[in-house]
Design a protein around this ligand. Structure first.
Ligand code: OMP
Length: 227
């Protein structure tokens, strides 16, 4: 199975669907995140579902347990393959999110965003390294019964060694030839798609290296070819 999930972080629904149709032979799934969901909601998800690939609803839910469970129930109808919550919402929130998820939906917990480095983390009051914080939150997610976590490719190898049957989603991927600046320099803990896969990633989330490429099909095919 192709592990690449294309992040459809585009403001226009027609453009998102056109991109998905173009590259669908070179990716294994589509990720719809906050930008997409806030703009197009359930209607947009139903439209993208017609492309025929598994959907990853990256809603990064983070609230009290009752509210997150209610949100999970409200998205059953969209039949997502994967949904995200924030691990920092705590164990009870993650347990209730999993209990409320549809039968065939993997629930994965975002640990430390790939846009943060150790200094950013310290500024939020979290001491220690982002690496240690990812491991701590991965253990918590496993205890809560989640299917896996979201982390950077810099941590996935160690998380994989500790959590053998976990499901690991890795974003923040940059092909070796891509200049981070040209893609928006917001990602800080990056690796190449191949490095992430070799370290144990189950899913590779890739957005701008494909969506902003001059020719997205060529870019997607090239990345697929490195795996
Ligand atoms: O949950 C995510 O998917 C996610 C978590 C994280 O720590 N970092 C991260 O970049 N993402 C998502 O992964 C995608 C990365 O996009 P690009 O940087 O354009 O490849 C975006 O849709 C982000 O919302």
């Amino acid at each position: 199975m192709n592990p690449i999930y294309l992040a459809l972080d585009l403001p226009r629904l027609d453009a998102a669907i056109a991109l998905a149709q173009k590259v669908k032979g070179h990716v294994g799934g589509l990720k719809l995140g906050l930008e997409f969901f806030c703009a197009h909601g359930h209607h947009g998800v139903h439209e993208v579902a017609k492309v025929g690939l598994p959907l990853f609803l990256d809603l990064k839910l983070h609230d009290i347990p009752n509210t997150v469970a209610g949100a999970m129930q409200s998205i059953h109808v969209l039949e997502p393959a994967i949904v995200t919550v924030h691990a920092s919402g705590g164990r009870a929130m993650m347990e209730d999110a999993k209990a409320a998820a549809g039968e065939h939906c993997r629930v994965v917990a975002v640990t430390v965003l790939t846009s943060l480095d150790d200094a950013d983390l310290a500024a939020t009051g979290v001491g220690g390294s982002s690496h240690d914080q990812v491991l701590r939150l991965a253990d918590l997610a496993a205890e809560a019964g989640l299917d896996g976590i979201v982390c950077s490719g810099q941590e996935v190898g160690e998380v994989h060694r500790r959590w053998k049957n976990g499901f690991f989603v890795v974003p923040g991927l940059r092909p070796a030839e891509a200049a981070n600046g040209a893609l928006g320099g917001d990602q800080k803990r990056t690796v190449t798609p191949r490095q992430a896969r070799d370290a144990g990633a189950s899913v590779l989330v890739i957005g701008r290296p494909i969506s902003r490429a001059e020719d997205p099909v060529t870019a997607a095919r090239a990345i697929e070819g490195t795996l």
